[in-house]
Design a binder for this molecule. Structure first.
Ligand SMILES: [Zn+2]
Length: 191
């Protein structure tokens, strides 16, 4: 493949990439995984690295728009993740491991045959931002996590009842009893 300078490219749905999917916001993934493409391209070439002659190289490119979990509001934040990596190949794992220590590029073995899909997935995982956040978090999402919902009845009604009781004890019998007064009555048996 490398000697003929072949290239291969394609795309498949995010639902086919379980490790990428695992990094995505759950609700976003449920809605988007089947129609969000992951694009990849592999192009092979021969390049000389030393006096032993040219070696096979593969330039890997991958790109996907992923709905990651915003680390500020925990909502989905869509981000374009792009990976570029140059891979060099040696005939077997022992040679690859020895060469990898000295080489600038990643050196992999040709035997056993490389799992190209796993390599593409590896590179996209490495290219993800470590702390994905919205530029500006959606206001509704942010309030959900910082304030109680406005419709909680006790939050609105308890305060006026308490302040009315404090203002004048004499008024209490004429007013509708506060929830606290009802509770006090239950606790103290009448004589
Ligand atoms: Zn956010």
């Amino acid at each position: 493949m490398a000697e003929r300078q072949e290239a291969a490219s394609g795309s498949s749905a995010l639902s086919q990439w379980p490790r990428l999917l695992g990094e995505c916001h759950e609700e976003w993934a449920a809605a988007a995984a089947s129609n969000t493409p992951v694009h990849w391209r592999l192009s092979a070439r021969m390049q000389g690295v030393d006096l032993r002659g040219p070696k096979p190289f593969v330039d890997l490119q991958a790109q996907a728009k992923l709905g990651l979990v915003c680390q500020r509001c925990l909502g989905a934040v869509e981000m374009a993740v792009q990976a570029t990596r140059t891979l060099r190949f040696e005939p077997d794992e022992a040679t690859a491991a020895a060469e990898d220590a000295n080489a600038q590029e990643d050196v992999l073995a040709l035997t056993p045959a490389p799992d190209w899909a796993a390599l593409v997935e590896d590179e996209l995982l490495l290219a993800m931002p470590p702390l994905p956040v919205h530029d500006t978090c959606p206001a509704g999402v942010w309030e959900t996590y910082t304030r109680p919902p406005a419709s909680v009845p006790w939050a609105e009604q308890a305060a006026p009842a308490v302040s009315a009781a404090a203002a004048s004890n004499a008024d209490l019998p004429a007013r509708k009893p506060s929830p606290f007064a009802v509770l006090a009555g239950l606790r103290t048996p009448e004589t």
